[in-house]
Design a protein around this ligand. Structure first.
Ligand code: SF4
Length: 178
């Protein structure tokens, strides 16, 4: 098991799987879905499109790594509209990914990794975009989708489910490393 995998295992993710980082594809159609702005954060965060950068650049950066570790939190919902469970699951995944980034940093590996999260950056109550610079440019995380990845495709590549069945919701992030 690699050091990154060991550190991830300590964070309590519900599912983890690995694939080759060279296989990751940043797809224009994912960016097009971002720009449809259904999430209502497109153009409202330094961590989201268009401010986060072009998908071609993300793909080039991703291909500089050998491995992709997908880390996932799965939450059970009482019904399909269990907003509380969805929010709690999303926050738990963010906390786990941030703790993993901190552990990677403490291990002296941050310069050798790239981490993508789930959802927009919520480090600040209100993002400064576009009026002032980002408050935490070294800590903000871009989501897998904002980098152009189809999360279900990457989960399949990594050998873990994307859909865990009725009344569950999964949140996925990934760490790329050598
Ligand atoms: S750290 Fe704050 S200012 Fe920077 S992207 Fe996240 S929410 Fe916006």
């Amino acid at each position: 098991m690699s050091t990154v995998e060991q550190l991830a295992a300590e964070q309590g993710f519900d599912f983890m799987g690995t694939c080759s980082a060279k296989e990751l594809v940043a797809r224009p159609e994912v960016r097009a879905m971002c720009s449809a702005n259904k999430c209502q954060v497109y153009g409202h965060s330094w961590a989201c499109p268009p401010a986060c950068g072009e998908i071609e650049d993300f793909e080039r950066q991703m291909h500089e790594f050998e491995h992709c570790l997908v880390v996932q939190t799965v939450t059970e919902m009482e019904d399909d509209f269990d907003v509380e469970a969805i929010e709690e699951g999303g926050e738990l995944q963010k906390r786990r990914v941030l703790d993993l980034v901190e552990a990677i940093d403490k291990a002296g590996l941050s310069a050798e990794t790239m981490t993508l999260s789930a959802g927009t950056c919520t480090l600040c109550k209100e993002c400064t975009y576009p009026d002032e610079p980002c408050r935490f440019p070294d800590k903000r995380l871009v989501s897998m989708e904002a980098a152009g990845l189809v999360v279900s495709e990457v989960c399949l590549q990594a050998g873990i489910p994307y859909n865990h069945g009725p009344q569950t919701i999964a949140f996925s992030g990934c760490v790329l490393y050598n």
